[in-house]
Design a protein around this ligand. Structure first.
Ligand SMILES: NC(=O)c1ccc[n+]([C@@H]2O[C@H](COP(=O)([O-])OP(=O)(O)OC[C@H]3O[C@@H](n4cnc5c(N)ncnc54)[C@H](OP(=O)(O)O)[C@@H]3O)[C@@H](O)[C@H]2O)c1
Length: 295
């Protein structure tokens, strides 16, 4: 089976490559960069800007995959709020173009499709996005399921993990700040499930190899606040917790509204695949192990 992993150089993209269940899956990748970050995991790589529809369609046609995994997105929710046309193009329209090929798509969505008044949420809970990012992701889910019904939507939240390059994770931000004796202000009113990118990748592969389609939540097993995640990180590394100062989301004056009492329940994932994601402490331990092999 041939899988075209779009956005293979991002955090999830790299984890999807590393979590490949067997060599029976031939992986082809694309990204904005001139070369693949993990070329040894791929049998082909193409530099494709997905905002150019003709280039995207030509790459899909050239690879002729059995599956498209879409790990590309603009994940900066405040940028999406400031640049809604860009968010709509990358996070919605390009996904519609992928699904219009009729090839089944694994598309990754978010808890931001919910308003955060009654989390943690099951898959069929009513959606009400508060931000441009959440709205474009919800619209992209609909485009995928309407146009390519054997597709899979994996909703996740607050990804962290190990990959080459890319953004600094919340774990590394808190750890390096506390190690340097700097205070960090962390919100106490955003609740949800921190998710190890490796768990998301493994969950996606379990769902695909098990023949599942439709909407699934794939997120960490523990529901708590960002402030508690920061405390768990300090505990793990034996750092001074008094440097973690509580604040509220409203204090941060961010462009995009966040769902506050959010979170994703993974009962359906576990019932259908037997797969269980990790709690926060196990995720941090795993990131330490992965640091030694990945850097
Ligand atoms: N990160 C989170 O906390 C979070 C939470 C919920 C859901 N998700 C979803 O999970 C998925 C994976 O997220 P992630 O954290 O792995 O993101 P990531 O590390 O930022 O990777 C996204 C990738 O998309 C690529 N990309 C952006 N615009 C592109 C374009 N025009 N053409 C081709 N590639 C483009 C980026 O390339 P460059 O790096 O070169 O720009 C990057 O490699 C996304 O769908 C995201 O919305 C993430």
């Amino acid at each position: 089976m041939k899988v075209f992993i779009i956005g293979c150089n991002g955090l999830l993209g790299q984890n999807l490559l590393r979590a490949r269940p067997s060599d029976a899956w031939e992986l082809l990748g694309s990204g904005l960069e001139g070369q693949a970050v993990l070329p040894e995991s791929l049998s082909g790589y193409k530099n494709v800007d997905i905002s150019k529809r003709a280039d995207l369609e030509a790459a899909i046609k050239g690879f002729a995959p059995d599956w498209i995994f879409n790990a590309a997105a603009i994940t900066d929710v405040d940028l999406c709020e400031r640049e809604p046309a860009l968010a709509a193009l990358i996070n919605r329209d390009t996904v519609g173009w992928m699904a219009a090929t009729g090839i089944p798509v694994v598309h990754v969505s978010t808890d931001y499709v919910f308003d955060g008044e009654a989390g943690p949420y099951l898959e069929d809970a009513p959606t009400r996005p508060l931000s441009v990012y959440g709205a474009t992701k919800l619209e992209s889910e609909k485009l995928v399921l309407e146009q390519s019904p054997r597709s899979l939507i994996a909703r996740t939240m607050t990804l962290w993990g190990r990959g080459k390059g890319g953004k600094t994770s919340f774990v590394d931000f808190v750890r390096t700040s506390l190690q340097a004796g700097k205070t960090v202000r962390i919100v106490t009113d955003q609740w949800g499930n921190a998710t190890l990118a490796e768990d998301l990748a493994m969950g996606i592969w379990k769902l695909v190899t098990g023949g599942h389609s439709g909407v699934y939540h794939v997120a960490g097993s523990e529901w708590n606040s960002r402030f508690q995640w920061a405390e768990s990180i300090a505990d793990h590394y034996g750092l001074d917790k008094s440097l973690i100062q509580p604040c509220l989301t409203a204090d941060l004056k961010q462009a995009a509204r966040r769902p506050l009492k959010s979170g994703l329940r993974t009962d359906k994932l576990t019932a259908d695949t037997g797969f269980r994601t990790r709690d926060v402490a196990a995720q941090i331990r795993r990131m330490d192990n992965l640091s030694q092999s990945i850097g």
